[in-house]
Design a protein around this ligand. Structure first.
Ligand code: PLP
Length: 362
């Protein structure tokens, strides 16, 4: 990123946020809220109107009643993940995470003093962890399994049957699942199934965000949904850390959730079109990439270049002025991979991919 920042004409394929603006009606709602005096602390778990709207929405998704008291509005999904992990995990507890996987999980566990237990997923299982893999690493100290579907960085989407199996495994070892679903609206080929659908006894804490769904990364609003027993602990963890989420941003989130969903559909279609344009280019050039079922990333195999991910990413910036994320940022097993983002202007994306192919072949 330092190299990319110093190069104004660099094509930025490493960025992990939508290249769309926040919709005007969402911005207006924040503006109006601030003018109306909604500028004070709110309840630790968020304003009632937003929690009620979220509860209704989640209830529809999970096919069961969700109460507003089960919802905690947080500083983005990052805040939801951190507060949920602090609430559930003690120092020394074990938390199962996946490689490749989003690095912030491991960073948060390090801050908490918990032990990440890393399970490597492979293309053979579509980058979806299997119950057998989990059984092989579970111990009496296993407290949480972190699941992320659609996944950053692979875009793998866990289907209904396999998600049911993972929740059942978590139940069998008396642990919790923290299910990071921030890309739930960016699913291309099938309908999305939340882990909450399979939760019969309050073991799933689901994590959601307005960042990717509504192009609101900078507003910092997300939320956790947990059982009536667990949610109050998550709420309490917000008092010493953030107090509450920025009040006008909560009104913006309410407008996002209750307003037109056209932009969400538009972004989903745009990412799918970009995937379907770029994947064939890579395939035709003999540069393999994992076909993502969701999110907005491509996990590209650059091992044909004969270089490691770090060497390749550095050469790509210096020789071709294209920035990507080295695979090992997502776990040590990924020296032959880089991640590129589909949330990029299509012209820049196609040109960046063309240059990436040139660099693999050089
Ligand atoms: N979870 C995953 C898998 C992500 O990729 C990201 C952001 O890149 C987040 C959570 C954080 O989202 P937020 O902006 O809501 O904190």
């Amino acid at each position: 990123m330092d190299l990319a920042m110093a190069m104004p004409d660099c094509i930025r394929l490493e960025v992990g946020e939508p290249n769309f603006p926040t919709a005007p009606h969402i911005i207006d709602a924040a503006h109006r809220a601030a003018l109306d005096g909604q500028t004070r602390y709110t309840d630790n778990s968020g304003i009632n109107g937003l929690r009620e709207a979220i509860a209704e929405h989640r209830g529809l998704c999970a096919g069961r009643t969700v109460l507003a008291d089960q919802v905690v509005v947080t500083t983005g999904a990052m805040g939801a993940l951190f507060s949920a992990l602090i609430a559930l995990v003690d120092p020394g507890d074990e938390v199962i995470v996946f490689d490749p996987g989003w690095p912030n999980y491991r960073m948060q566990l390090q801050l908490i003093g918990a032990k990440p237990v890393v399970v490597a997923t492979t293309e053979a299982t579509g980058h979806i962890p299997t119950v057998e893999q989990l059984e092989a690493v579970a111990t009496p100290r296993t407290k949480v399994v972190m699941v992320n579907s659609p996944s950053n960085p692979t875009g793998a989407v866990i289907d209904r049957g396999r998600m049911a199996g993972l929740v059942e495994f978590v139940r069998s070892v008396d642990a919790y699942m923290v299910s990071d679903e921030v890309y739930e609206e960016m699913v291309f080929d099938e309908s999305y199934v939340s882990a909450a659908v399979h939760d019969t006894d309050g073991r799933v804490v689901s994590i959601h965000s307005f960042s990717k769904t509504y192009a609101m990364t900078g507003w910092r609003v997300g939320y956790a949904v947990a059982s009536p027993e667990v949610a109050p602990f998550i709420r309490k963890c917000q008092e010493p850390t953030i107090g509450c989420v920025n009040a006008p941003a909560q009104y913006a989130a309410l407008a996002a959730l209750t307003g037109s969903q056209e932009l969400v559909e538009g972004m989903r279609c745009a990412y799918r079109d970009r995937r379907d344009t770029v994947l064939p280019l890579l395939e035709a050039a003999g540069v393999p990439a994992f076909k993502p079922g969701g999110a907005f990333y491509l996990w590209v195999d650059i091992s044909g270049s004969g270089r490691t991910d770090m060497e390749f990413a550095t050469d790509l910036i210096q020789n071709q002025k294209v920035a990507v994320v080295p695979g090992t940022a997502f776990g040590s097993g990924n020296t032959g991979r880089v991640r590129i983002s589909l949330a990029t202007d299509p012209g820049e994306l196609n040109e960046g991919v063309r240059r990436l192919i040139d660099e693999v072949r050089s």
